[in-house]
Design a protein around this ligand. Sequence first.
Ligand code: GLN
Length: 540
Amino acid sequence: MKNQNTKYIFFTGGVISSVGKGLTAASIGRLLKERGFSVVIQKLDPYLNVDPGTMSPYQHGEVFVLDDGAETDLDLGHYERFIDIHLTRESNLTSGQVYAEVISKERKGDYLGGTIQVIPHITDEIKRRIKRIAEISGAEFVLVEVGGTVGDIESQPFLESLRQLRQEVGREHTFFVHTTWLPFIGATGELKSKPTQHSVRELRSIGISPNMIVARADQSIAKSILEKISLFCDVDIQAVIPLVTLPVLYSVPLELEKYQVAEYILNHFGLKPKKEPDLSAWKKIIKAVDKPNHQVKIALVGKYVELHDAYISVREALNHACLNNSAQLEIDWIHSSELEKTSTQSLLSKADGILVPGGFGVRGTEGMIAAAKYARENKIPYLGLCLGFQIMVIEFARYLFTDNRANSTEFDDQTPYPVIDLLPDQKDVTEKGGTMRLGLYPCKIGKKTVAYRAYRTDLVEERHRHRYELNNHYREELEAGGMVFSGKSPDGFLVEIAELKDHPFMLGSQFHPEFLSRPNRPHPLFNEFIKAVIKRVESK
Ligand code: GLN
């Protein structure tokens, strides 16, 4: 599917990271898609891990899982949600993958006689991977975001590759967007453009001139600052885009639209929109935020709550469901270990709903089990995701068997009631990277269940990332006690969804529904959960 006219848009960052470069890229992708163009997007991550799958969420935030099972950077979640596409593992390239490939070729003798160097071997491999995603996808626009900021030692080979690629495909087929941060000086009450100028100079020193600068700030940006950036950085004034921090992420495409960002880019490429953009769905989302009919408070009980990015897709999926139900969301971030020290009543009594997300390792699990118990006994809507599903099963088993030793073998390998146990095909797995049950698997939904009410279909596909499962040995006993297994693998062997009878909404899924939620199409399970939450709020 070679597309001779592929246009490349490269996204770099300056001054500091984490200011919304990924959101900018995702939003521009959306604006181009809205104009009838096909878009694919790729993130280049400078770290030496092959993927973020083995990194602590404290280091990296959430690991976003794709259909094909790739464990990727959380920016891919933004890309999928904003552009409304399904990406593949080609969309996340790390330095680790690049070096692993080059070194394995060297061992095979592919470079016999040669000295392996960053330029050209590493840069060639990076370019090959960028061109490959262009070729496989056949997309008209290939958007490429470089992680980190200009000046980082690690990102240099990536930037050099982009420079070379521009040379190869021609300037008229490439466009550079540089996202920077304008610091606010409290003493004088002004925003400063100097760090932006420095970062552009840094970019220039490696041979790249930006075509567009997205200037981020928390305060409104005066025209004079934009003019200064335009003058000193040699970028058209129409291409210096102010982007002030917005209360709702989903306003970013609308904000960029105000400045006709897509038109400017299309103009550069000599292209005209193929169709009128229709941003009504986005406007509707923003409107829903302005006038909510309900207030809901969800207790999110996890062990990485200090870093909200560790649960970014969960937070967004909750947001989508709330927007769809005209509810204003407040998340109460509760550290699961706190629930081991303090009474559940004091920490959870104000919650209208309780959510236990995914996680690994024993730390904090007793606190999560206490939260599930509180939800069951007090009939508070509960949604369990992956680990949160397993927690719900453990808690129910403890209640049913009147024995607090029921557990997952991940947390206690001596438990007399191993209600959650290792998946059979995980028993011989020793390597940690990319070896879980990962990616999209089908799940059959049982009729007359809460899950069916949510999905309204009997076969769904959802994304997974786990090593443990419900132990089938206990199925009958749990069912007899009032647990319903409303989602199963098509062969019936693996329980994918469990729910409780006689409870307004207590449901857990072995998969991660949060990865497939969209701002204007909330995930059915989140939607049903929020509906139950609203019902509870209304009845109070
Ligand atoms: N630790 C559990 C397992 O491996 C849950 C994983 C998760 O929540 N992603 O099965």
